[in-house]
Design a protein around this ligand. Sequence first.
Ligand SMILES: NC(=O)c1ccc[n+]([C@@H]2O[C@H](COP(=O)([O-])OP(=O)(O)OC[C@H]3O[C@@H](n4cnc5c(N)ncnc54)[C@H](OP(=O)(O)O)[C@@H]3O)[C@@H](O)[C@H]2O)c1
Length: 209
Amino acid sequence: MKITVVGAGNMGKGLVKQLSKAGHQITVTARNLDNARALAREFDNVTAAPVDQARGSSDVVIVATGYADAIAALKSLGDLAGKVVIDITNPLTADYMGLTIGHDTSAAEEIAKALPGAQVVKAFNTVFAQVLAEGPELNGKRVPVFYATDSERARETVHVLIHSIGFAPINAGSLKNARYLESVAGLNIYFGYGAGHGTSIAPAWIGLS
Ligand SMILES: NC(=O)c1ccc[n+]([C@@H]2O[C@H](COP(=O)([O-])OP(=O)(O)OC[C@H]3O[C@@H](n4cnc5c(N)ncnc54)[C@H](OP(=O)(O)O)[C@@H]3O)[C@@H](O)[C@H]2O)c1
Protein backbone atom coordinates (compact mmCIF):
# COMPACT_ATOMS: atom_id res chain seq x y z
CA MET A 1 0.00 0.00 0.00
CA LYS A 2 1.00 3.62 -0.44
CA ILE A 3 0.64 5.25 2.96
CA THR A 4 1.16 8.82 4.19
CA VAL A 5 2.02 9.15 7.88
CA VAL A 6 1.36 12.63 9.29
CA GLY A 7 3.60 12.98 12.34
CA ALA A 8 7.12 11.80 13.06
CA GLY A 9 6.88 11.63 16.84
CA ASN A 10 6.54 8.61 19.12
CA MET A 11 3.70 6.98 17.18
CA GLY A 12 4.80 8.17 13.75
CA LYS A 13 8.18 6.50 14.32
CA GLY A 14 6.63 3.19 15.36
CA LEU A 15 4.16 3.18 12.49
CA VAL A 16 6.83 4.03 9.92
CA LYS A 17 9.12 1.31 11.31
CA GLN A 18 6.48 -1.45 11.23
CA LEU A 19 4.85 -0.42 7.95
CA SER A 20 8.15 -0.09 6.11
CA LYS A 21 9.29 -3.47 7.44
CA ALA A 22 6.09 -4.94 5.92
CA GLY A 23 7.06 -3.50 2.53
CA HIS A 24 4.60 -0.62 2.29
CA GLN A 25 5.64 2.53 0.48
CA ILE A 26 5.58 5.35 3.01
CA THR A 27 5.61 9.14 2.83
CA VAL A 28 6.13 10.81 6.19
CA THR A 29 5.57 14.43 7.10
CA ALA A 30 5.75 16.60 10.21
CA ARG A 31 5.43 20.25 11.19
CA ASN A 32 9.21 20.46 11.12
CA LEU A 33 10.28 18.70 7.93
CA ASP A 34 13.70 17.92 9.43
CA ASN A 35 12.01 15.52 11.87
CA ALA A 36 10.34 13.68 8.99
CA ARG A 37 13.58 13.65 7.00
CA ALA A 38 15.54 12.19 9.93
CA LEU A 39 13.00 9.39 10.25
CA ALA A 40 12.84 8.69 6.51
CA ARG A 41 16.64 8.34 6.32
CA GLU A 42 16.46 5.22 8.48
CA PHE A 43 14.50 3.22 5.89
CA ASP A 44 14.78 2.49 2.14
CA ASN A 45 11.07 2.62 1.32
CA VAL A 46 10.24 5.84 3.23
CA THR A 47 10.41 9.38 1.86
CA ALA A 48 9.82 12.67 3.66
CA ALA A 49 7.69 15.45 2.15
CA PRO A 50 6.37 18.83 3.27
CA VAL A 51 2.80 18.63 4.52
CA ASP A 52 1.25 20.15 1.40
CA GLN A 53 2.99 17.57 -0.80
CA ALA A 54 2.62 14.56 1.49
CA ARG A 55 -0.68 13.16 0.22
CA GLY A 56 0.69 12.30 -3.24
CA SER A 57 -0.95 9.17 -4.57
CA SER A 58 -1.30 7.47 -1.17
CA ASP A 59 -4.37 5.28 -0.66
CA VAL A 60 -4.17 5.68 3.10
CA VAL A 61 -3.37 8.65 5.37
CA ILE A 62 -2.56 8.04 9.03
CA VAL A 63 -2.87 10.99 11.37
CA ALA A 64 -0.26 10.65 14.13
CA THR A 65 -0.40 14.18 15.60
CA GLY A 66 -1.98 15.29 18.84
CA TYR A 67 -5.77 15.46 18.50
CA ALA A 68 -5.69 19.26 18.84
CA ASP A 69 -3.52 19.47 15.69
CA ALA A 70 -5.15 16.64 13.73
CA ILE A 71 -7.85 18.41 11.73
CA ALA A 72 -5.61 21.31 10.68
CA ALA A 73 -2.80 18.90 9.80
CA LEU A 74 -5.10 16.74 7.67
CA LYS A 75 -6.63 19.76 5.92
CA SER A 76 -3.18 21.02 5.00
CA LEU A 77 -2.66 17.82 2.95
CA GLY A 78 -5.38 18.96 0.51
CA ASP A 79 -8.50 17.11 -0.59
CA LEU A 80 -8.81 13.76 1.20
CA ALA A 81 -12.15 12.75 -0.33
CA GLY A 82 -12.03 9.04 -1.13
CA LYS A 83 -8.91 8.42 0.98
CA VAL A 84 -8.89 6.06 3.93
CA VAL A 85 -7.89 8.19 6.93
CA ILE A 86 -6.69 6.27 9.98
CA ASP A 87 -7.13 8.29 13.17
CA ILE A 88 -4.86 7.10 15.97
CA THR A 89 -5.37 10.14 18.22
CA ASN A 90 -6.62 10.32 21.77
CA PRO A 91 -8.23 13.63 22.82
CA LEU A 92 -6.26 13.89 26.05
CA THR A 93 -6.30 16.59 28.70
CA ALA A 94 -2.98 18.36 29.35
CA ASP A 95 -2.11 15.98 32.21
CA TYR A 96 -2.97 12.90 30.04
CA MET A 97 -5.30 11.66 32.77
CA GLY A 98 -8.61 12.54 31.10
CA LEU A 99 -10.37 13.01 27.76
CA THR A 100 -11.43 16.42 26.47
CA ILE A 101 -14.41 14.97 24.58
CA GLY A 102 -16.43 11.75 24.84
CA HIS A 103 -19.86 10.18 25.52
CA ASP A 104 -21.62 12.07 22.71
CA THR A 105 -18.73 12.27 20.23
CA SER A 106 -15.10 11.23 19.76
CA ALA A 107 -11.93 12.48 18.12
CA ALA A 108 -12.58 10.16 15.18
CA GLU A 109 -16.14 11.39 14.66
CA GLU A 110 -15.01 15.03 14.83
CA ILE A 111 -12.28 14.32 12.26
CA ALA A 112 -14.84 12.59 10.01
CA LYS A 113 -17.19 15.59 10.29
CA ALA A 114 -14.34 17.94 9.32
CA LEU A 115 -13.33 15.85 6.28
CA PRO A 116 -16.45 15.07 4.27
CA GLY A 117 -15.79 12.31 1.75
CA ALA A 118 -12.82 10.85 3.64
CA GLN A 119 -13.26 7.30 4.91
CA VAL A 120 -12.25 7.67 8.53
CA VAL A 121 -11.34 4.72 10.73
CA LYS A 122 -10.20 4.74 14.34
CA ALA A 123 -7.28 2.40 15.02
CA PHE A 124 -4.01 2.03 16.95
CA ASN A 125 -5.10 4.47 19.68
CA THR A 126 -4.99 1.75 22.37
CA VAL A 127 -1.40 0.72 21.49
CA PHE A 128 1.41 2.46 23.35
CA ALA A 129 4.19 3.80 21.12
CA GLN A 130 6.70 1.53 22.85
CA VAL A 131 4.60 -1.55 22.08
CA LEU A 132 4.18 -0.45 18.46
CA ALA A 133 7.92 0.08 18.07
CA GLU A 134 8.81 -3.28 19.62
CA GLY A 135 6.50 -5.22 17.30
CA PRO A 136 3.43 -7.41 17.41
CA GLU A 137 4.36 -9.82 20.24
CA LEU A 138 4.03 -8.82 23.87
CA ASN A 139 4.52 -11.44 26.59
CA GLY A 140 4.13 -14.16 23.93
CA LYS A 141 0.77 -12.84 22.70
CA ARG A 142 -0.15 -10.91 19.56
CA VAL A 143 -1.12 -7.34 20.41
CA PRO A 144 -4.69 -6.47 19.35
CA VAL A 145 -5.36 -3.36 17.29
CA PHE A 146 -9.03 -2.44 17.53
CA TYR A 147 -10.60 -0.54 14.66
CA ALA A 148 -13.94 1.22 14.24
CA THR A 149 -15.43 2.73 11.09
CA ASP A 150 -18.59 3.25 9.07
CA SER A 151 -16.79 2.60 5.78
CA GLU A 152 -16.53 -0.94 4.40
CA ARG A 153 -13.49 0.02 2.32
CA ALA A 154 -11.75 1.55 5.34
CA ARG A 155 -12.60 -1.58 7.38
CA GLU A 156 -11.06 -3.90 4.79
CA THR A 157 -8.04 -1.64 4.26
CA VAL A 158 -7.19 -1.20 7.93
CA HIS A 159 -7.69 -4.92 8.58
CA VAL A 160 -5.18 -5.81 5.85
CA LEU A 161 -2.77 -3.09 7.03
CA ILE A 162 -2.81 -4.27 10.68
CA HIS A 163 -2.46 -7.91 9.60
CA SER A 164 0.46 -7.01 7.33
CA ILE A 165 2.51 -5.77 10.31
CA GLY A 166 1.72 -8.84 12.40
CA PHE A 167 -0.63 -7.26 14.96
CA ALA A 168 -4.10 -8.75 15.57
CA PRO A 169 -6.83 -6.74 13.83
CA ILE A 170 -10.09 -6.60 15.82
CA ASN A 171 -13.24 -5.17 14.28
CA ALA A 172 -14.85 -2.91 16.89
CA GLY A 173 -17.85 -1.89 14.80
CA SER A 174 -19.04 1.53 13.72
CA LEU A 175 -17.13 4.81 14.00
CA LYS A 176 -19.32 5.76 16.96
CA ASN A 177 -17.50 3.05 18.92
CA ALA A 178 -14.39 5.24 18.75
CA ARG A 179 -15.93 6.77 21.90
CA TYR A 180 -15.29 3.46 23.65
CA LEU A 181 -11.85 2.96 22.10
CA GLU A 182 -10.73 6.40 23.23
CA SER A 183 -11.93 5.61 26.76
CA VAL A 184 -10.10 2.26 26.69
CA ALA A 185 -6.98 4.20 25.71
CA GLY A 186 -7.58 6.51 28.67
CA LEU A 187 -7.68 3.49 31.00
CA ASN A 188 -4.54 2.09 29.35
CA ILE A 189 -2.77 5.40 29.99
CA TYR A 190 -3.94 5.29 33.61
CA PHE A 191 -2.47 1.79 34.04
CA GLY A 192 0.74 2.73 32.21
CA TYR A 193 1.45 6.10 33.81
CA GLY A 194 -1.09 6.79 36.58
CA ALA A 195 -0.77 3.40 38.28
CA GLY A 196 2.88 3.05 37.29
CA HIS A 197 2.76 -0.25 35.38
CA GLY A 198 4.79 1.23 32.51
CA THR A 199 4.13 1.18 28.78
CA SER A 200 4.89 -2.50 28.03
CA ILE A 201 1.18 -3.27 28.35
CA ALA A 202 -1.75 -3.45 25.93
CA PRO A 203 -5.52 -3.87 26.34
CA ALA A 204 -6.91 -7.18 25.04
CA TRP A 205 -10.26 -8.97 25.20
CA ILE A 206 -10.47 -12.56 26.49
CA GLY A 207 -12.22 -14.72 23.89
CA LEU A 208 -11.58 -12.40 20.96
CA SER A 209 -8.78 -13.04 18.51
N1 LIG B 1 2.50 8.04 22.48
C1 LIG B 1 1.70 6.97 22.61
O1 LIG B 1 2.04 5.97 23.27
C2 LIG B 1 0.35 6.98 21.93
C3 LIG B 1 -0.39 5.78 21.89
C4 LIG B 1 -1.60 5.76 21.21
C5 LIG B 1 -2.07 6.91 20.59
N2 LIG B 1 -1.34 8.06 20.69
C6 LIG B 1 -1.86 9.26 20.00
O2 LIG B 1 -1.06 9.42 18.83
C7 LIG B 1 -0.91 10.81 18.56
C8 LIG B 1 0.58 11.13 18.42
O3 LIG B 1 1.22 10.88 19.67
P1 LIG B 1 2.80 11.00 19.80
O4 LIG B 1 3.14 10.55 21.16
O5 LIG B 1 3.44 10.37 18.62
O6 LIG B 1 2.99 12.59 19.69
P2 LIG B 1 4.33 13.39 19.41
O7 LIG B 1 5.53 12.56 19.74
O8 LIG B 1 4.15 14.72 20.06
O9 LIG B 1 4.32 13.61 17.81
C9 LIG B 1 3.39 14.44 17.19
C10 LIG B 1 3.85 14.63 15.74
O10 LIG B 1 2.83 15.38 15.07
C11 LIG B 1 3.48 16.34 14.23
N3 LIG B 1 2.54 17.44 13.96
C12 LIG B 1 1.89 18.25 14.84
N4 LIG B 1 1.15 19.15 14.19
C13 LIG B 1 1.34 18.91 12.87
C14 LIG B 1 0.85 19.52 11.68
N5 LIG B 1 0.01 20.56 11.72
N6 LIG B 1 1.24 19.02 10.49
C15 LIG B 1 2.10 17.95 10.43
N7 LIG B 1 2.59 17.34 11.52
C16 LIG B 1 2.22 17.81 12.73
C17 LIG B 1 4.67 16.78 15.04
O11 LIG B 1 5.58 17.43 14.18
P3 LIG B 1 7.05 17.91 14.69
O12 LIG B 1 7.86 16.63 14.73
O13 LIG B 1 7.52 18.80 13.64
O14 LIG B 1 6.84 18.52 16.04
C18 LIG B 1 5.15 15.42 15.59
O15 LIG B 1 6.00 14.80 14.65
C19 LIG B 1 -1.60 11.57 19.69
O16 LIG B 1 -2.88 11.96 19.26
C20 LIG B 1 -1.70 10.55 20.81
O17 LIG B 1 -2.81 10.76 21.66
C21 LIG B 1 -0.14 8.12 21.31
